[in-house]
Design a protein around this ligand. Sequence first.
Ligand code: ARG
Length: 545
Amino acid sequence: MKIVESLIEEISTLFDEYSISEEIDFKISHIQSFDYQINNLVKYQKNKKIDEIVDKINVLLAEHNVVEDFEITKNYFINIRINLDSCEKFLSNIKDNLLTSEPKKILIDYGGPNIGKPLHVGHLRSLNIGRSLKEINKTVGHKVTTDIHLGDWGMPIAQIIAFCEKENIDIKTITAEKLIDIYPKASTLYSDSEDFQNLAKEKNKELNNQEKIVMEQWSLLKKISIESITETLNLLNHDFDLWLGESDVNELIEPMIKSLKKEGKLQIDDNALVSTQNEDPKILIAKSDGSYLYLTTDLATIIDRLNNNDFDIALYVVDSRQKLHFNQLFKTVEYFDFPKRDYQHIDFGTINNMEGKPFKTREGGTEKLISLYNQTFEYIQNINKDLDENTIHKLSNTVLTYSDLLTNRKTDYKFNLKKFTNISGKTGIYVQYAQVRAKKIILNSKFEQDSNKLFISNTSERNLVIGLLNLELILNQSIKYSEPHHLANYLYEISNLFNIFYQEENILNLNDEASKKSKLILINYFLKISELVFKCLGMETVEEM
Ligand code: ARG
């Protein structure tokens, strides 16, 4: 049984009768004796039927079994206090209770590394947000497919191949390290030298024609690159259902263009191929030299997904600088009359260093993601010399993930190791520590959940129960806006409520067995929900700290 949702639904139906068709503004209350607050009615004070509406709400809430108490203030705020019996029903079967009645197919495109380049700090947010959205949506029962969507085709690759040819580098001998070195050199040379430009364009043409030698070189480069990308991803605990990329849709582009031409959706403009939609700037589909664009590949990728991994919703977790690209893509998809689906760009801001500047190595290159992990690992190891490596590893990933997800995704933030590893405050370490404490008590008490009932004896216990109940509301919010920060904040809130409750008395020393048992049940609920939220955020819990 869903508590919050059932209330929202019933009130919503009632509002509908009075043509108030808007989303129910259901919030956590900050008034002492109430848990939730509904604000919609405030603006209908002057409605002719307001008295009638209030009467009906009075009846509905008075009879509702999850409501213990309520009031409708003279300004028409509705305040609700929840009946704790219903909370326990909800908590004791939390996983099923969170399941949606309308499961959808969701495709999440995130990570998006380019072969030839290592994973760098700039990839962290897409990875964290993407993984969290995957877990959150799975938790409520949506069917999620993830695709890393590799940048593994086109000019950047052609540049690397051209560079190797020019410098007599045997691609068979290239290591991942060497590749990292080549990539920026090749792209600088491409901007500086016309001769090199021509060579790279030639290689790109050969790639598009799938000529044997260049395809073998491409395939070797891809293999080396994926090996190094996978190594970092494994360390950071990421996996993907699909390892597709730009190269996989190459063959769909020409037939797509052909049929769009037939439908009159494309025209020649200055030797280039543009969409006939009324858009400024014009949507370019193929350049005058015949090469395709990032947008063209993304269109073909959609066709491929519709055919092979169809979805109701596609989430593109890509940084805010690509806003224009996705705006254009989604408008074009509509104009081209592709089957109707819900496309969303889940954009995010930048992670900066302590000075608020983009991360760079001492030499001025892009900072590798693995080096950020290593720094974090060493930092934590230094302050916790006794912890085993696996625990430090999990804590490092927690720090890299939690601090990132805590920030509203649209906001830039500064990576501050000292702050993010603090044991107090909103940190990954703090939330880990709370769940370790809970685990320890449960373990030491030899607790077994049986038919015993939870009974609430003080405010801190009640606050914790209601805090746990709030998961439903927070999870829905995170899903609706694809914003994990609500859940990240929530994890801090419940950890804090747990700590307050925990510090009040020494639970294991209590003489009253029934009371001790009840408190242990509550701790166990906290532990379960905390673990569930950890999972939703893509973090692993540790056993000790
Ligand atoms: N490889 C791209 C980049 O580095 C990101 C890909 C994002 N996904 C997409 N379908 N466009 O900018």
